[in-house]
Design a protein around this ligand. Structure first.
Ligand SMILES: NC(=O)c1ccc[n+]([C@@H]2O[C@H](COP(=O)([O-])OP(=O)(O)OC[C@H]3O[C@@H](n4cnc5c(N)ncnc54)[C@H](O)[C@@H]3O)[C@@H](O)[C@H]2O)c1
Length: 272
């Protein structure tokens, strides 16, 4: 595993970041990196006990005054408005949004239950829409904002049996582009990060040994990504280093989606 990038400890000074799914995985890693760059964070999550644990962990490293929490269900409009409005009024506005809350479900178009389809779309796509809308309404007032949506390479290259998840993530990319166009005149950038397989609680629960071996074999860098490798990219898009980047999907996958199915003939030479 390569060394983590050295954080720039001042580039986000004075910024407040609202991070959905901030209690776990890529949201928590993003919070850690934004804090290291100087931001304050609001961890927003539906899982109350994970939220408490994440806050305690981050407060120990970065100071309790820089880590707030918000109980939120991103699929519920009233919950979103309440959490976002309170976060904006409690701590000097909102400058950054990272939409990382997400769930997955395995089912093909032939057997995926309707309620599973609705659950996944509700959190991944509708949730991203509702939170982006609520936060953008605050950002417009100060003519500044950085919004990062967590999509997935599954939105463009699909695995079998993931009809709801892949559809939701393709939708997130469309949402991101629409928001980028609508919000550009207001000084707000909107981009998506599309990770390949990353070692988080979500993939630990979903990927068995067969899937793991297939992922490693299909990835030119021959490993899962680490959460901080996604978080470093989120922090770039959340910073003013990316001030002229908007409407962009940035893939973070160790080369997986660039590789053709026979890419590894050099690694495993075939008889001539
Ligand atoms: N881990 C990967 O390999 C990978 C790859 C591509 C994309 N992603 C995407 O990245 C995001 C984060 O994934 P992760 O691996 O960190 O997952 P994770 O399960 O570790 O974290 C997701 C968080 O979202 C929260 N959440 C779920 N439903 C919610 C709701 N209704 N309201 C508020 N919070 C809710 C969970 O409580 C959890 O804390 C997801 O959108 C996921 O689809 C992950």
């Amino acid at each position: 595993m390569p060394d983590a990038a050295a954080p720039n400890t001042t580039r986000l000074n004075g910024r407040v970041a609202f991070i959905t799914g901030g209690a776990s995985g890529l949201g928590l890693a993003s919070a850690r990196r934004l804090l290291a760059d100087g931001a304050q964070v609001v961890l927003a999550d539906v899982n109350a006990s994970a939220l408490t644990a994440a806050q305690a962990e981050l407060a120990a490293s970065f100071g309790a005054e820089r880590v707030r929490t918000a109980a939120i269900d991103v699929g519920e409009p009233a919950s979103v408005t309440e959490a976002v409005d309170r976060a904006a009024s409690d701590g000097g506005g909102l400058h950054i949004l990272v939409n990382s809350a997400g769930i997955s479900y395995q089912g093909s178009v032939l057997d995926n239950p309707f309620d599973a389809w609705q659950r996944v779309l509700r959190v991944n796509l509708t949730g991203s829409y509702l939170v982006t809308q609520a936060v953008a309404r605050h950002m417009v007032a100060r003519r500044y904002g950085r919004i990062v949506l967590m999509a997935s390479i599954s939105g463009q290259q699909v695995w079998s049996g993931r009809v709801a998840y892949s559809s939701s993530k393709a939708g997130v990319v469309g949402l991101m582009k629409s928001c980028a166009i609508d919000l550009a005149p207001h000084g707000i950038t909107v981009n998506a990060v599309s990770p390949g397989p990353i070692a988080t609680p979500q993939t630990a629960a979903l990927h068995n040994e067969v899937v793991r071996a297939a992922v490693v074999n299909a990835t030119p860098m021959a490993r899962y990504g680490a959460p901080d490798e996604v978080a470093d990219v989120v922090a770039f898009l959340a910073s003013d280093d990316a001030r002229f980047v908007t409407g962009h999907e940035l893939i973070v996958d160790g080369g997986l989606t660039s590789a053709a199915i026979l890419y590894d003939l050099a690694r495993n030479p075939q008889p001539r």
